[in-house]
Write a protein that binds this ligand. Structure first.
Ligand SMILES: Cc1cc2nc3c(=O)[nH]c(=O)nc-3n(C[C@H](O)[C@H](O)[C@H](O)COP(=O)(O)OP(=O)(O)OC[C@H]3O[C@@H](n4cnc5c(N)ncnc54)[C@H](O)[C@@H]3O)c2cc1C
Length: 449
């Protein structure tokens, strides 16, 4: 096995790994990202099948993503406003929520008393700090909502919102974590405005984002190796020695003082022996769970709705559906318009693609009665470990750092410090940046020693 020396190795070219490499300003000339797939991007990726480009699921950027959107501009991706973020569907009617927080007062799906309570609560949590949210971490949001608001507010407003973001029902989501997410939504005034890349999506899908970030870090001197799977992180005397990886069938060893692990944290012990970690760290990681999701894409010969944003659907199998018109978003195979949605119903995971399509189209007929007449093609993707589960107690399990107890080993991604922007592109990006800053700090200390 050949040995090469570098400064930092990043495992995974998802948004967190790419941003970490982009922000490693001092170590950049000698850092490498290793990605097992042929394409970069992780969940924010496109792939080609039979000559057509598909995206891995429906992905939207919100105006409140105040770190990644400006960063993308540096990488030559201009984002374009495409609409307001939330339209709720209920009993054959659509109810729009505009981006100003006070627009809840006009939100006709709820009684006026509930609207006022939601607004009052928003103002209260805006002034609250992390200790306040931690107090509610062990509760689930459904019971918090029933006690503090009403069952109707839960069913018609929060349940669809929470399901589309966390892929879980509110009974399985930490109340503290969700209240904190609400604080971010209120604080970032643009949080309900939806953005998408302006150019490139016509031919490359959403991977224009990850390709631009790859280009940015390569231009600064980092390398990105695809088709490269990391098999083991080598530890000696409780500090990182390097990584073993396979690239195009050849096993090699990279010696380096810093390694960043990204992707689902539950896979960490496949690469690093558990025995190197203290028991409390091991226990924490083993308690983290992930949810699976189905993403469906439906090509149509006609546009079916005027809503240019996500439609949230209480009591439907598809929890969030959006109509995407060229040139925005998922592009293949070309049709006049395309519906993309996310479904989190666990009972569908074991069915065949054809069975899933039949069930979901039947479900969507309520929203779009003419859907069958205009169908051109469908594509179903089963996504394992889609999103880290946000069950009660999760806040106390999360790391508020990107360091691990092993010297030189770091974590980026939703489990690690991401400024509490969980389960989002913004959170992944922030965790990459935070990780890079810690490594740069630790590298200085290492050089002084
Ligand atoms: C269906 C779906 C819809 C979503 N919608 C939205 C949305 O609308 N808006 C939003 O903000 N967020 C959305 N998200 C969340 C967002 O996609 C994620 O938070 C983000 O992409 C996570 O990035 P990451 O870099 O942490 O992880 P990942 O994207 O999982 O990247 C990890 C990378 O590591 C690689 N890897 C793993 N192990 C190894 C190894 N041993 N060797 C080499 N490489 C390895 C993987 O191949 C992968 O490329 C959605 C997620 C899903 C699944």
């Amino acid at each position: 096995m050949k040995t090469h020396r570098i400064k930092a190795g990043i495992i995974g070219a998802g948004i967190s790994g790419l941003l970490c490499a982009c922000e490693l300003e001092r170590l950049r000339p000698r850092s490498v990202i290793l990605e097992k797939e042929p394409e970069v991007g992780g969940h924010v990726r496109s792939f080609i099948e039979k000559g057509y480009t598909y995206d891995v699921g429906l992905h939207l950027f919100l105006g409140g993503y105040s770190y990644i959107i400006p960063f993308l501009k540096k990488a030559a991706v201009r984002m374009r406003y495409i609409g307001e973020g939330a339209v709720f569907y209920h009993n054959k009617k659509f109810f729009r929520l505009e981006r100003k927080i006070s627009s809840i007062l006009k939100f006709g799906l709820l009684d006026f008393a509930d609207r006022v309570k939601i607004l009052t609560n928003s103002n209260r949590i805006l002034k609250s700090d992390i200790d306040y949210f931690m107090k509610y971490d062990e509760d689930n949001f459904a019971s918090w909502c029933e006690t503090n608001l009403s069952k109707k507010a839960l069913e018609l407003f929060y349940a669809p919102l929470i399901k589309s973001i966390t892929f879980l029902p509110p009974e399985q989501v930490s109340s503290g974590l969700w209240l904190h997410a609400e604080k971010l939504r209120v604080k970032e005034r643009e949080s309900l405005a939806v953005y998408y890349p302006e150019k490139g999506v016509e031919t490359a899908g959403l991977s224009v984002i990850s390709k631009a970030l790859k280009w940015y870090c390569e231009r600064m001197g980092s390398e990105v190796w695809t088709n490269s799977t990391v098999k083991r992180v080598v530890i000696e005397d409780e500090r990182v020695k390097g990584i073993e990886y396979i690239r195009e069938g050849v096993e090699e060893f990279l010696e380096m003082p810093f390694v960043v692990f990204t992707g689902p944290i539950i896979n960490l012990f496949n690469l690093v022996s558990e025995k190197h970690f203290p028991s409390d760290f091991r226990e924490r990681i083993k308690e983290v769970k992930y949810t699976s999701a189905l993403a469906i894409q439906i090509g149509l010969d006609k546009s079916l709705t005027d809503h240019r944003s996500v439609i949230l659907t209480p009591n439907k199998l598809i929890t969030a559906v959006a109509q995407i018109l060229p040139p925005y978003g998922i592009i293949a195979p070309p049709g006049k318009s395309l519906l993309a949605g996310t479904c989190i119903e666990p009972s569908l995971q074991n069915k065949t693609d054809e069975e899933i399509v039949d069930i979901l189209i039947e479900d969507l007929k309520d929203l779009f009665p003419e859907i069958e007449k205009h169908l051109l093609w469908t594509k179903v993707l089963k996504i394992k470990n889609a999103i880290e589960a946000q069950y009660p107690g999760i806040m106390s399990l999360k790391l508020d750092t990107n360091r691990t107890p092993i010297e030189g080993l770091y974590i980026a991604g939703n489990y690690a410090n991401n400024d509490n922007w969980h389960s989002s592109i913004e959170g992944a990006a922030r965790s990459g940046r935070n990780c890079a800053k810690l490594i740069e700090h630790d590298a200085k200390v290492l050089l002084v020693r």
